[in-house]
Unconditional design. Structure first.
Length: 788
């Protein structure tokens, strides 16, 4: 890993470099305007990465930041971070910024597998970012449809693996009849996945797990222990076969057992829900899961029964033991009224709905109930309680009476919505202390309806002193009213008189109809992306993960917005990515591209800001497509001083192991080329590649490639020699594929060798397309009487 140099201040995650600010009138004037000073260094101080910054022309970035292109150089026209419809995709960021994940329109780079909407893991190494596609099959000969996508991936803490729901089989032993399944990927996709929802009882008919609602609900940091729900019956123990509604399961180190068992040791016959998120109420995200599974995977909070109209009790499961009752009265009996749903009605989205909010370590949990469960709790009204999971002790929190939006690491500080006057709500913040603690008010009398506070998934610093969140309501009296149809980003710290709008214009001009975002998930369906060229807007992809957007000390907030907050540079009228740092705004993207850029998230220190953009921010980015970048403190990698055009094999990029196969015999699909927002997007060319002969030669084989017009056909792969040929018109052309020397040596040592070849067609006009064909090359049998 790239090491930090002198002048660091230790914090969570990676060491953070302290950069002195410009002194004097210049800096003061810049802060007053809300723009970054021309320089972020004291006189005589130079950045350790000064040469890279000069090469990139990134000297304007603060804190000695430089750009690092995370997505691979050879991305074959695919989009990294967004779909070709400009829909932001799943993403996740590691705590130290040295690892992250992103979705893409298909397999990109050396790990190309020709599958749409797939997930990639990236790790930072000494000379660049290494990227691997995480979607693999249990059998390399098993074909996955091209329109397959990973559904709601759930990442490991080190960003090397994911849990995901597969809407169809990923290979044996899961039947190929459309059966759903929960899978765990191999590290960086280097191997087959593990089917963690594999039943311990024989499969019957189409299999037991056919519900589209089945999904992962939490896991340990390394994913070795994972929890998921299912409407099907997967085991024969603990009363599981008698269950008639949705249930929970735990897979720990390959052992599958029913989860959410009652103190009796049996599962409830009418089902169980995980406590942090209620299925069916919006797209699930980690932030809205409310730590229903502890960080180490040892604790699961759940409610039962899983029936909308029945009284529910809150339990905690520790390890594989039966659940322990949390919602109990002073005698230890279940609360007469059970637990109340955590739902703020129309003031926030229903996808926030659940029944409990736990700390990350699972040591404490908040819930609400109409029952008086402690001596000091009143009989009337819904009350907020905090439970100590170890001892079971309950504390009534009269001053935190409302719907919790966010809590700090020990639940001693709570951001919540409280009932206001009439049908309005207030945003309040409770800090534990003598006399029931202190309550701070951020905003009052917010009207109900869809245009009220949009809390989204608020970001709270670990110590609970600062919060960043989105709102459709104007909460900062120092700026003009914001648009009722768009969100803005706000920051509030203990002691502030009111929230500060960090994304609002301060030049008196009206706000954009679609405002700023801390995240690009489906947490606010009405806050949609805007495509270039007037295309219809598309909502972001639902994601389990909400990457950080505020640093752990609260001094940095990253977001994207259509507002030209740096009007001298930001002139494109599209979304661009900004960094707010101690009252100063910095434009991180160019502000010139005709396509929008999207925030992904930050590392805990804020030293890394990840985003997806069509900006070519480094010299090697020449594909005109969306790529994932990191604007990193003291970052950047040296590139060749000059960039020259390439021809033939030099343009093919690196070859790597080709993963999941397309169907043997023929493959047809349309490629995903570069976006041409002005004046129009050309339709992608089509390419069909098929094997001409099933009996192939010992040193290679021949394929037929059907193309739609003039262009160039190129063939590459880990086990074949690169070859290309130009074609003058539409038609079918034969290409002889020759094994690479290492493949010949491997074939000599074996009887047969499986080979994958990527066929790429680059038309004279339009977008490139590619297909993957697979064939088994057999060693020639020796002549009778001769040596083999």
């Amino acid at each position: 890993m790239r090491k930090r140099t002198s002048g660091v201040a230790r914090g969570r995650g990676r060491a953070r470099r302290v950069i002195p600010r410009v002194a004097g009138a210049t800096a003061v004037a810049a802060v007053a305007l809300g723009l970054s000073p021309a320089a972020g260094l004291a006189a005589g101080e130079a950045c350790s990465n000064a040469l890279v910054r000069e090469q990139q022309n990134s000297n304007r970035l603060p804190d000695c930041r430089a750009y690092e292109k995370v997505s691979p150089r050879d991305d074959n026209g695919g989009f990294a971070g967004v779909m070709t419809t400009f829909q932001p995709l799943f993403s996740a960021v590691g705590a130290d910024g040295n690892g992250m994940m992103f979705g893409a329109s298909g397999g990109i780079g050396p790990s190309l597998r020709g599958i749409n909407n797939t997930t990639h893991a990236a790790v930072r190494e000494e000379n660049g970012w290494r990227v691997g596609q995480l979607l693999t099959t249990t059998d390399p000969n098993f074909a996955v449809e091209l329109n397959y996508s990973t559904v709601a991936p759930f990442p490991s803490e080190d960003m090397s693996q994911i849990l995901w729901k597969a809407p169809r089989s990923m290979g044996p032993p899961n039947p190929t009849n459309g059966t759903n399944g929960i899978y765990r990927s191999a590290r960086f996709g280097a191997g087959p996945p593990t089917w963690i929802s594999q039943p311990t009882i024989p499969l019957v008919g189409n299999g037991p797990d056919l519900s589209s609602g089945s999904h992962a609900i939490g896991a340990s940091a390394d994913l070795s222990t994972a929890f998921f729900n299912s409407t099907g019956v997967l085991t024969s123990v603990y009363g599981d076969p008698d269950r008639t509604a949705i249930g929970l399961y735990r897979n720990s180190d390959g052992v599958l057992t029913p989860a959410g068992r009652l103190p009796s040791g049996l599962v409830h016959p009418r089902g169980t829900w995980a406590a942090g998120y209620t299925p069916g109420y919006g797209a699930p995200m980690v932030g809205s899961y409310r730590n229903q599974v502890s960080r180490d995977g040892s604790r699961l909070f759940f409610v039962s029964p899983a029936q909308e109209t029945e009284i529910k009790q809150l339990y905690v499961q520790q390890g594989d033991n039966p659940g322990k009752l949390i919602s109990k009265d002073r005698s230890g009996a279940p609360a007469a009224d059970g637990v109340s749903v955590l739902n703020a009605g129309s003031n926030v989205n229903t996808q926030q709905r659940g029944y409990a909010f736990a700390t990350r370590d699972g040591a404490r949990v908040l819930f609400r109930s109409s029952s008086a469960l402690t001596d000091d709790a009143p009989a009337a009204g819904v009350k907020t309680y905090r439970a100590e999971v170890g001892s079971g002790a309950l504390t009534y929190l009269p001053n935190a009476d409302g719907y919790p939006l966010a809590i700090n690491d020990d639940a001693s500080r709570i951001l919540f919505l409280a009932a206001g006057s009439g049908s309005t709500v207030d945003i309040k913040y409770w800090v534990e202390g003598p006399g029931g603690g202190t309550v701070h008010t951020l905003a009052t009398s917010l009207a109900g309806g869809t245009s009220t506070v949009h809390a989204g998934i608020p970001r709270l610093t670990p110590d609970g002193t600062t919060v960043a969140f989105e709102s459709e309501v104007a909460l900062d009296p120092e700026v003009a009213a914001v648009s009722a149809t768009g969100t803005q980003v706000y920051r509030w710290s203990i002691g502030d008189a009111h929230p500060t709008c960090v994304s609002c214009r301060r030049d008196g001009e009206p706000a954009a109809a679609i405002g700023a975002r801390l995240q690009n998930t489906a947490s606010k369906p009405t806050d949609t992306a805007v495509s270039p060229g007037g295309a219809s807007p598309t909502a972001p992809q639902a994601s389990y993960v909400v990457p950080p957007a505020i640093s752990d000390d609260g001094s940095r907030i990253a977001f994207d917005t259509r507002e030209p907050l740096d009007p001298a540079r930001d002139t494109n009228g599209q979304r661009d990515v900004y960094l707010w740092e101690n009252g100063t705004l910095h434009l991180l993207t160019s502000g010139k591209n005709t396509a929008p850029s999207y925030i992904i998230g930050t590392s805990l220190s804020g030293d890394d800001v990840f985003f997806s953009t069509m900006d070519a921010l480094v010299a090697s980015d020449r594909n005109g497509s969306y790529d994932v970048y990191d604007a990193r403190v003291e970052g950047g990698f040296a590139e060749p001083a000059t960039s020259t055009s390439c021809t033939g094999d030099d343009c093919q990029g690196q070859d790597g192991a080709v993963g999941d196969p397309a169907s043997l015999g023929s493959v047809t699909f349309s490629g995903r080329g570069n976006v041409v927002p002005e004046p129009e997007r050309r339709a992608p060319a089509k390419v069909r590649a098929s094997i001409v002969k099933k009996s192939v030669k010992a040193n290679g084989f021949t394929i037929a490639v059907k193309v739609s017009g003039k262009g160039r056909i190129a063939v590459s792969g880990a086990n074949v020699k690169k070859k290309s040929r130009g074609v003058a018109r539409a038609g079918t052309y034969r290409v002889a594929v020759v094994l690479a020397p290492k493949a010949r040596r491997a074939l000599k040592a074996k009887r047969k060798l499986k080979v994958a070849a990527k066929v790429r067609f680059v038309p004279a006009q339009g977008s490139a397309s590619s297909a993957t064909v697979r064939v088994t090359v057999k060693r020639k049998a020796a002549k009778r009487g001769g040596a083999r």
